[in-house]
Structures are given as structure tokens and as C-alpha cells.
Design a binder for this molecule. Structure first.
Ligand code: PMP
Ligand code: GLU
Length: 397
């Protein structure tokens, strides 16, 4: 028996793999600090948990409509109006098993063999693998720390070809924490205005983990009307990663396509998670601001501590909960037991084995000179982790 060409071409999710590795070490009794996977360390707020318990008692135990309960899609439609001043009707919203499935639904709906999808790098690990799954080709736009890891309109223009089907834009960004300003988005929208056949997939899952103020969506620009698919969900803003509830707000034809696709391979998302998400969107939003404030404090902390580590070059993230330092100064250095650090993955492995801190090498994000640290964990743990990293890096010769 042989695996399909699809599976053979696909890489394993490195974020999840590193997290798994750190759990295994922890199970063996090693005191590992896990900065690899990106998920809030907070518990889901009480009023959301109460709504889920109520949903169990109210017998929300049957199949839901494939795109989600109308009441949830209405709550999301209202959220988009209230927070983003955007008009998407409930019919344009499809709920899925996390934002991950929402991205995949969109890509599988529009991308086929020979189609190109523009993906600015550094990118979230799953985009390029999903494009592969859809038989498409990712066209990577490289960026560096010197431009705060953001693409320019000129770069976007140069990447567009007659085969371009979509652009995936993630702001605030995983893994860099960069946030595009209103004017930067306007400049990208101006380029896309001349290309009416390109869909913009705006991954806004970190919308609320934003330290610069109001969230700016590329969907606000009239020249892109009817061709932006906004992906979002409750995982990050409401500390609900395990509930698996994300969504896309899209033009009607695309929402219908996502529903058709999802109807054949997963059906509607968990009924209980949907009722919990509805409570998240309808309820008091204080919890969102409180968690964001905690993430900002930790951003300041890790930025300060990492800036003080010789050999790391650090950007100051403006959103999300990742630090993405450049670490190429360590390439070619040797460990105490005589191994050579050739890549960022080698460095991540060295830090795991020696400092017992798990982070992720940048190659999986299209940035082989960087490593990613998630700072979605307690302040004391972060201080300890950065101290261990500093010590281990100083021991390389
Ligand atoms: N997009 C980005 C940029 C992410 O970091 C994540 C987190 N895994 C997702 C999408 C998927 O989110 P979810 O947990 O809701 O599937
Ligand atoms: N978004 C998180 C991360 O990048 C979760 C893991 C994943 O789904 O890849 O670490």
C-alpha cells in the first residue's frame, strides 16, 4: 500500500510536532518550558463555559446546519458590523472546526491545479501545505526584519501573474507579530484594485491581540468589495483553542462553496462549541481586553529580555503573541558535545535538549534564519525561559 501523492508532498505541522515533543519530554520528567505552540494560557471565561453547560442541558445534541446555527452566524454578522463596520449577512458566514478549517475550506474551494496563491513570508506553517493539498502553488514574497516583515505594494505587484488566484494576508501576523497599518493596507488594496480576479484571504484570528489600537481589515476598502474572505474565530480572542470554532465571512458564492465542501467532509462544527461561541460574541467583552493587556505586558517583557541576548536580532511585535528573532549569528557554532548548529531547526533542537525550552525553527514559516517563541505563558515562566535560552546560547562556541 502506498500513500497518495498529496500526503507524500505534505509536511507535518512543525508547531504541533514541537509541542508534542515537549509534552513527551515533560512526561519523562524533564522540566520543559513549552514556547512552541501558539495558544493562550488563559482559561475560557466563565460566562462562555456556562453557556456551553446550558447548551448541553438544553439538548443541543443534534447535527447543526452545515454552516452553523443561524443565531451564531447572526452574532458574527453583528460583531463584524459593531467592531469592524463591515456588512456580511449570516448567509455569507460559514462556521468550521477552527479557523484552520475555514482557511482550508476557502483554499480548496477556489484553488486548483496550476493556480497560484501569493503568500507573504514569514507565514503561518499551514498555509503552504493547504495550498499544496489543493494542488496549487504558493508564490512566496520574502520579507525581512528590516522591513518589519511586511510586504510592499511593489513586491505584491511583482508577484501577481495571470495564474494568481488568491493572496493570503495575516495581520496581526503569526509568526512575526507584525501589524499592517491602515495606509499599508490601502496601498496593497490599490494594487489589487487592478486585478479583479484575485481573492484576498484575510486571516484575522489575532484581531484582538493587537497593541496598536483599532484593528484594520483589508476588507474595508471599497475597491475590494466582494472579494475578501475574512477568516477569524474564537480560539485566540476568547482563549478557546480546544473548542474548535472558527469561521469565514465571504462573498455569497464562496460561502456556498465552503458549505458544500464542508457538508461532504465534516458537517457543521460542534453544537456545544457553537453555543459557547455565540455567548462569546454576544457577551461582555471585558475578558478580551484583559487578556490582550496581559499579552502586551508579556510582549514588553520578552522583547526586553530577548534584546539583551547577544547574537539575537529582535523585532518588536505589535500584535499576536510571538517573538520571531533572527538567529543566524549562531549558524556554524558548536555545541559542547561537538555538534554544529547549521540551521534554525538545529538551534531549536539544541535549545530543547540543553535549555529545555521548546520553540520552533523558522524554516517551517518560510524564514530559515529565525526562530519562533510563543509568549502566551506566565511572566515568571517567560523570565526563566529567556534566562535559560541566554545561558545555552552563550555556551555555543
Ligand atoms: N491562522 C493562524 C495565523 C493561526 O495562528 C491559527 C492558530 N492555529 C489559525 C489560523 C487556526 O486557528 P484555530 O485554532 O481556530 O483553528
Ligand atoms: N496557531 C498555533 C501556532 O501557530 C497553533 C498550532 C497550529 O495549529 O499550527 O502555534
Amino acid at each position: 500500500m502506498e500513500l497518495s501523492y498529496r500526503l507524500k508532498a505534505m509536511a507535518e505541522s512543525e508547531t504541533l510536532a514541537m509541542s508534542q515533543k515537549s509534552s513527551e519530554l515533560r512526561a519523562q520528567g524533564v522540566d520543559v518550558i513549552n514556547l512552541s505552540v501558539g495558544e493562550p494560557d488563559f482559561f475560557t471565561p466563565q460566562h462562555i463555559k456556562d453557556a456551553a453547560k446550558q447548551a448541553v442541558d438544553d439538548n443541543f445534541s443534534f447535527y447543526s446546519p452545515v454552516p452553523g446555527y443561524l443565531s451564531l452566524r447572526q452574532a458574527i454578522s453583528d460583531k463584524l458590523k459593531r467592531e469592524n463596520n463591515l456588512d456580511f449577512s449570516p448567509a455569507q458566514i460559514v462556521c468550521s472546526n477552527g479557523a484552520k478549517q475555514a482557511v482550508c475550506n476557502v483554499l480548496m474551494s477556489v484553488v486548483g491545479a496550476g493556480d497560484e496563491v501569493i503568500v507573504p513570508a514569514p507565514y503561518w506553517v499551514s498555509y503552504v501545505e493547504m495550498v499544496k493539498l489543493a494542488d496549487g502553488e504558493s508564490v512566496i514574497i520574502p520579507t525581512t526584519l528590516d522591513t518589519d516583515f511586511k510586504i510592499t505594494p511593489e513586491q505584491l505587484e511583482a508577484a501577481i501573474t495571470p495564474r494568481t488566484k488568491a493572496l493570503i494576508l495575516c495581520s496581526p501576523s503569526n509568526p512575526t507579530g507584525s501589524v499592517y497599518t491602515h495606509d499599508e493596507l490601502a496601498a496593497l488594496a490599490a494594487v489589487l484594485a487592478n486585478c479583479p480576479n484575485i481573492l484576498v484571504i484575510a486571516d484575522e484570528i489575532y484581531e484582538h491581540i493587537n497593541y496598536v489600537g483599532r484593528h484594520e481589515s483589508i476588507a474595508q476598502f471599497p475597491e475590494l468589495e466582494g472579494r475578501v474572505a475574512i477568516v477569524n474565530g474564537v480560539s485566540k480572542a476568547y482563549a478557546m483553542t480546544g473548542w474548535r470554532l472558527g469561521w469565514v465571512a465571504a462573498p455569497l458564492w464562496l460561502a456556498k462553496a465552503c458549505t458544500k465542501l464542508q457538508g461532504q467532509y465534516t458537517s457543521g462544527a460542534s453544537s456545544i462549541a457553537q453555543k459557547a461561541a455565540e455567548a462569546a460574541y454576544r457577551g461582555d467583552q471585558t475578558c478580551v481586553a484583559e487578556m490582550r493587556d496581559a499579552f502586551r505586558r508579556r510582549r514588553d517583557l520578552v522583547y526586553r529580555l530577548a534584546s539583551d541576548i547577544p547574537g539575537l536580532r529582535v523585532n518588536r511585535p505589535m500584535g499576536a503573541f510571538y517573538l520571531f528573532p533572527e538567529c543566524k549569528a549562531f549558524f556554524g557554532k558548536h555545541t559542547a558535545d561537538g555538534r554544529t548548529i547549521e540551521t534554525a531547526s538545529d538551534l531549536a533542537m539544541y535549545l530543547l535538549e540543553t535549555a529545555h525550552v521548546a520553540c520552533v525553527g523558522g524554516a517551517a514559516f518560510g524564514a530559515p534564519e529565525c526562530i519562533r517563541l510563543s509568549y502566551a505563558t506566565g511572566d515568571d515562566t517567560l523570565v526563566e525561559a529567556l534566562a535559560r535560552i541566554k545561558k545555552a546560547l552563550a555556551e555555543l562556541s
